[in-house]
Design a protein around this ligand. Structure first.
Ligand SMILES: Nc1ncnc2c1ncn2[C@@H]1O[C@H](COP(=O)(O)OP(=O)(O)OP(=O)(O)O)[C@@H](O)[C@H]1O
Ligand SMILES: [Mg+2]
Length: 315
């Protein structure tokens, strides 16, 4: 209803994780580059973590899109609250090799043969598990066993676990140390800083057709960052409701007072400071990856290079 009033073609702040509205902050870009790097080097097990609503599923969708563009077989399990047998059944069916089987042994055998065939054909195979913090410890252990499927050329199955910070607590349990030791890369998403929030709002408005005229005043954007604490899902919620109220009140650009009204309606706390800038992901990575990621030109070239490597593997 407000679209024409603000010169938009679509709703800019839907809360579905739609890759068309992707805004890659430096950190999200680095996380994606690292995930891609580890998968294409067949390193085995990688972890993506972040607070509720920081963009994990959005990033995974983006990764999935890139992998599928390159015809890399992927299984995407979004609800891993399953027992090990159900999980295996779902994974096989995601890979398109499901079907009647006589128990776990037979399913594992089928998966192993299929992975060996893929590797003989030079293919990388990826299993992505979202909401991994909801997995039982039994299932985590079972997934670790899947990373044992390997031959001299490396791991047959690349696994991405993604979840809220509770996944880190689970992995820190003494009985989970075998799983933890196999994780070759851990990328963490953080809330957005003020500058990143500005970029995020600008990108989404532009993708929705905004012509560059201010929809939100600069003070309103600062308030959105403060109330949302830089969490993308909350930024969307505040922006969407501010657009609805702004349209009703015929206000353009949307003012800080209007954002405050929306924040009060949703009973957001009123923090005084903008959300802090997150340190770059590179500071948590091995030196070799740090050097690549600290240079924006190099890291873009690096992503392109990985694409070429993949294409060379899979002409
Ligand atoms: N990088 C991004 N670019 C554009 N939109 C984003 C981005 N990150 C998050 N969002 C928006 O924020 C919403 C929440 O993101 P998402 O569902 O990916 O978070 P999450 O970390 O998976 O949350 P949860 O922990 O609840 O599963 C998304 O629906 C999307 O609209
Ligand atoms: Mg999610």
């Amino acid at each position: 209803m407000y679209k024409a009033f603000y010169g938009l073609r679509e709703h800019p702040f839907n809360i579905s994780p739609d890759p068309r509205f992707l805004h890659l902050t430096r950190r999200a870009h680095d996380a994606l580059a690292c995930l891609f790097y580890s998968l294409s080097r067949r390193r085995g097990f990688v972890l993506l973590s972040g607070e509720v609503g920081t963009g994990k599923t959005t990033l995974l969708n983006c990764l999935l899109l890139e992998l599928r563009k390159r015809n890399i077989p992927c299984a995407f399990v979004v609800n891993p609250r399953l027992d090990p047998i159900e999980f295996l059944e779902l994974t096989l069916s995601e890979f398109g090799i499901g079907g009647p089987s006589r128990g776990k042994g037979q399913m594992l055998q089928r998966l192993h043969h299929w992975l060996q065939d893929r590797q003989a054909a030079g293919r990388t195979v990826v299993l992505i598990v979202d909401e991994a913090h909801t997995m039982s410890l039994d299932l985590l252990e079972e997934i670790r066993l899947l990373t044992n499927l390997e031959n001299s050329a490396g791991k047959l199955l690349q696994i991405v676990l993604s979840g809220q910070p509770e996944i880190e607590d689970k992995l820190n349990l003494p009985q989970m140390r075998q799983v933890k030791q196999r994780i070759v890369l851990h990328a963490r998403l953080q809330p957005l800083s003020l500058e990143e929030t500005e970029g995020y709002i600008r990108t989404r408005l532009k993708r929705a057709g905004a012509n560059g005229q201010g929809v939100f005043s600069p003070e309103a954007v600062r308030a959105i960052n403060r109330y949302s604490q830089g969490i993308p899902r909350l930024i969307n919620l505040i922006c969407e409701n501010a657009l609805i109220s702004g349209f009703a009140a015929h206000r353009r650009p949307i003012s800080v007072e209007l954002v405050e009204e929306v924040a009060q309606d949703f009973q957001f706390d009123a923090p005084t400071a903008p959300s802090p800038s997150a340190p770059p992901l590179a500071s948590e990575l091995p030196a070799s990856l740090q050097r690549i990621l600290s240079d924006p030109k190099l890291s873009t070239a690096f992503l392109n290079f990985l694409q070429l490597v993949e294409q060379a593997h899979n002409p």
